[in-house]
Design a protein around this ligand. Structure first.
Ligand code: FCB
Length: 466
């Protein structure tokens, strides 16, 4: 398998700041929307928070040693904006930025290329108080912050990612409110997509102005959308197909088209505000700044039907109080394996996704990196202390094969990052979903590489004979 990849193919692992760092009050860090959200009742499973998480802020040397032993060529992590600008504007909090300086040097000392994500959802609370991504001003603030980070780290960071998954911030954070900042704007959340994308474009310009040459991209969550009948086995009808098209716009094209083509997709019924965004051609020119790579986060395909089935997927407190959306989520057949989250495991979805992006965007698509892929399972140590996770090995084996198939089909994909190095704080699901190649015993912070870690290490070693 590994022999199917060129020797310069980048094997990596991925994490994000709020999910692993802990140390929320250290060295002048300001509050983020996730600190606020976690403190509210009934937001996070078991009332858990990222206050300590994996204590990576203090244990980063141990974690880099784990990566060095794993043999990865790159590590994708995020910088917490509230560590760098505690109030979301103004001068740098040097002590906060120092942490990333140390981390980057530690990575480079182990020949691991840093891939730095500027924004993985932890908006400074004062920025949210001023409107967050509902306001255009946040885009400008974000670009200022990007420039500050680049001034300090621009000479040593190999890859820059502006935003992580703006689609999830729009849908989960502002649309249905199951993530911070917990707003329930439904399709009125669409301007938050535009403002994030404008922030992305301004940040690209700020990075280039700070001397970062090459290797700037974005990490978007993408899903192949499959039209389906409302029940397994039912044939999709025209209403199902229209619903699938609307969902494809919302999840995929709303974020990729502006970045790669400089325009929004045509608005499906119910997406009235999309026309207003599409008229903002000045911002679109900024959003479409040429990129050096395009990051794809893939977990699962999505089956979409006409709206009626939506109610089954959302918590009743939401469905009772909100107007209906123009699509519904259809169940997968029971024969499809599920991860611990209940997500369907469909490796060929990754091939379809990458070949689909290549077909749709053609020469406008820069080289691809799979910036996240992985699965959660309820892994626990056996009596002898080892952690066996054969299901994750199977998930990852299938997805690496799907990646090879995409390359065979002509897709220019140059790297693959497993989500995640460590078990960590999985947002609204708290610590219940374990995604790591390395098990974390939270009370003791003991790290135990799982069998998937050893599997990945062997894959990388075979790929890179010494
Ligand atoms: C992605 C997020 C990442 C993690 C994985 C499981 O959507 O980018 O932080 O939560 O899902």
């Amino acid at each position: 398998m590994a022999g199917q990849f060129p020797t310069d193919f980048v094997w990596g692992v991925s994490t994000s700041a709020y999910q692993i760092e802990g140390a929320v009050d250290a060295d002048g860090r300001g509050r983020s929307i996730w600190d606020t959200f976690c403190a509210e009742p009934n937001r996070i499973a078991n009332g858990e928070t990222g206050e300590t998480a994996c204590d990576h802020y203090h244990r980063y040397r141990d974690d880099v040693a784990l990566m060095a032993d794993l043999g990865v060529g790159a590590y994708r992590f995020s910088v917490a904006w509230p560590r760098v600008q505690p109030t979301g504007s103004g001068p740098v909090n040097a002590a906060g930025l120092d942490f990333y300086d140390r981390l980057v040097d530690e990575l480079r000392a182990h020949d691991i290329a840093p891939m730095l994500t500027l924004y993985h959802w932890d908006t400074p609370q004062p920025v949210e108080d001023a409107g967050g991504w509902t306001t255009r001003d946040t885009a400008r603030r974000f670009a200022d912050y990007a420039g500050l980070v680049a001034d300090r780290l621009g000479d040593r960071v190999a890859y820059w990612v502006t935003l992580n998954e703006p689609a999830m911030m729009t849908m989960l954070g502002y649309g249905v409110g199951v993530h911070a900042p917990g707003r329930q704007l439904l399709l009125d959340a669409l301007p938050t997509a535009h403002h994030q994308l404008y922030g992305h474009g301004l940040a690209v310009a700020a990075l280039r102005a700070a001397g970062v040459a090459g290797r700037i991209g974005i990490a978007n969550n993408h899903t192949p959308v499959v039209p389906a009948g409302a029940t397994p086995g039912a044939e999709p009808g025209p209403a199902d197909r229209a619903a699938a098209d609307a969902y494809d716009v919302l999840h995929n094209r709303l974020f990729a088209d502006p970045v790669l083509l400089g325009r929004y997709p045509s608005a499906p019924a119910g997406f009235a505000s999309l026309d207003e965004l599409a008229a903002d051609t000045a911002a679109l020119a900024t959003i479409a700044a040429p990129l050096d790579f395009y990051g794809v986060n893939y977990y699962q395909p999505t089956r979409i039907c006409a709206p009626d089935a939506l109610a089954a997927e959302l918590p009743p407190e939401l469905t009772d109080s909100l107007p209906p959306l123009p699509f519904g989520f259809a169940p997968f057949d029971d024969s499809v394996p599920r991860t611990g989250f209940g997500w369907p495991s469909v490796p060929p979805g990754l091939t379809d996704l990458l070949t689909g992006l290549t077909e749709r965007y053609g020469t406008r698509l820069p080289p691809l990196y799979v910036t996240e892929n992985g699965a959660s399972y309820p892994d626990e140590p056996a009596a002898d202390g080892t952690v066996a996770d054969p299901e994750r090995v199977e998930y990852l084996t299938g997805h690496v094969a799907a990646l090879a198939a995409a390359r065979d089909a002509g897709v220019d994909v140059r790297g693959y990052f497993v989500w995640s190095l460590l078990d960590n704080f999985e947002w609204a699901a708290g610590y219940g979903q374990r995604f790591g190649l390395v098990h974390v015993d939270y009370p003791t912070q003991r790290r135990t590489p799982k069998s998937s870690y050893h599997w990945y290490r062997d894959l990388i070693a075979t790929d890179r004979p010494q």
